[in-house]
Write a protein that binds this ligand. Structure first.
Ligand code: ZN
Length: 414
């Protein structure tokens, strides 16, 4: 158990969400185990022990986010306490379905934190101007870790999307502008080198699995996603190999299911919740370009840009994620890249992305083939392997980041 706790804590520092030593993860076996040696004089220890005593949970994480995550979370928490909402409400799909909203409390006291954790999987604590996060797992430490990384992603998206929205509404204040300058100064530079991914086409399951595992891991290693939500698939004849629902992009190992396209066999219960969308894409591709690989993640600026729309009086406002009927795209005129932005809910309902995504993706051409699902994430295609799918994911995300700051520059100062 201790090894597992240390592993998750190390993953959070490796991806830059926390500085080493600023994340404590504890889990209850016979007694409390800790991710690192923690002195009894460390106030975090007493606080976490009190939370364990007051709740029926199996794991608890207490962390101080680092860098830009610290800056945006502290600013969002400050705003939430100032306006009395006491919660951060991001507009992205991951938060809508997984976290709902992020409660904000203003003290590092067990009673206050327990109250928030009874409502949600995690909460933001603003203490002496700094943001901390408490998140729990009811059955495993992995849950607390996933919640924390998802909260970092949600806060990042909420903050940058809100800044652009506020600029469009002409409501920017000097205080917000100063906070934005501090936050953007902390953004890491994009990585420009490419990973050395396996060349396809892959002719058997083992080779395809290895390529999927490698591409998933690279997506996380290259900082293209904060949370590990996403999925990946490869078509091998009439079989689709797809990552399991709830699996982490960087640890696909045994979490890949084979599904027959004719429906005769599929690990239907464990295959990704977006299997139907992947299948529909491959069916459409078979008749057209024949792409064999799909990579899907939630890169920050792709999601943020999909949330940005100049139509402030649109009658569909509030329904954008399911019913937007405006033709939208991210367009890089210099290289002819056009990435459509479509609505679509997770799952197979009438507004499901399995109805919007296949058409959007199959309608793309050229080297960079991808589509963004509103407030959700980016799907890219690979002709025979993940090299082009990965390059597209990376290039679209980097372009979206540049385009975001171009729009901010165009609108500001307001
Ligand atoms: Zn997704």
């Amino acid at each position: 158990m201790i090894t597992l706790l240390a592993k998750y804590a190390a993953k959070l520092t490796a991806t830059g969400l926390c500085a080493p030593g600023d994340v404590l993860l504890a889990a209850l076996d016979d007694e409390l185990g800790w991710s690192q040696v923690v002195e009894s004089s460390d106030p975090r220890r007493g606080l976490m022990e009190e939370i364990f005593a007051g709740m029926s949970i199996s794991a608890l994480l207490l962390a101080r986010p680092a860098g830009v995550y610290q800056a945006v979370m502290a600013e969002l928490a400050r705003q939430a306490l100032a306006d009395g909402s006491r919660s951060i409400t991001p507009g992205d799909c991951e938060t809508r379905t997984f976290l709902h909203d992020l409660p904000v409390v203003d003290s590092l006291h067990a009673v206050v934190i327990i109250q928030a954790l009874r409502q949600r999987k995690g909460c933001v604590i603003l203490h002496e101007g700094e943001a901390f996060v408490a998140a729990f797992g009811s059955v495993s430490p992995e849950q607390a870790y996933v919640t924390f990384s998802s909260m970092c992603f949600a806060s990042f998206v909420a903050y940058f999307a809100d800044h652009l929205r506020t600029l469009r509404a002409g409501a920017m204040t000097d205080q917000r502008r100063a906070a934005f300058a501090r936050s953007t100064a902390l953004l890491q530079d994009d990585r420009s080198d490419r990973p050395d991914l396996l060349p396809g086409p892959f002719e058997d399951e083992d080779a395809a699995r290895e390529a999927m595992i490698q591409a998933g891991r690279s997506t996380v290693e290259y900082g293209l996603v904060d949370s590990y939500f996403g999925n990946i698939s490869y078509r091998l004849g009439d079989t689709i190999l797809i990552s399991q629902t709830g699996s982490s992009l960087d640890e696909l190992g045994a979490c890949i299911d084979p599904c027959r396209m004719d429906g005769s066999s599929c690990a239907g219960l464990t295959a990704s919740s977006e299997y139907s969308a992947h299948k529909a894409v491959y069916e459409a591709e078979l008749a057209q370009n024949g792409a064999r690989a799909i990579l899907h993640g939630h890169p920050r600026f792709s999601v943020i840009l999909s949330l940005d729309c100049p139509r402030l009086d649109c009658p569909k406002l509030g329904e954008c994620h399911r019913a937007c009927d405006t033709a939208r795209a991210v367009v890089d005129a210099t290289c002819g890249m056009a990435v459509p932005i479509v609505p679509g809910e997770v799952g197979t309902g009438p507004f499901g992305l399995c109805n919007t995504l296949p058409q959007a993706l199959t309608g793309t051409s050229g080297e960079k083939r991808g589509a963004i699902v509103y407030g959700h994430g980016l799907f890219t295609l690979g002709a025979v392997d993940f090299r082009d799918a990965f390059a597209s994911l990376m290039d679209v995300e980097h372009f979206c980041r540049a385009e975001y700051f171009r729009r901010v520059g165009e609108l500001g100062p307001r």
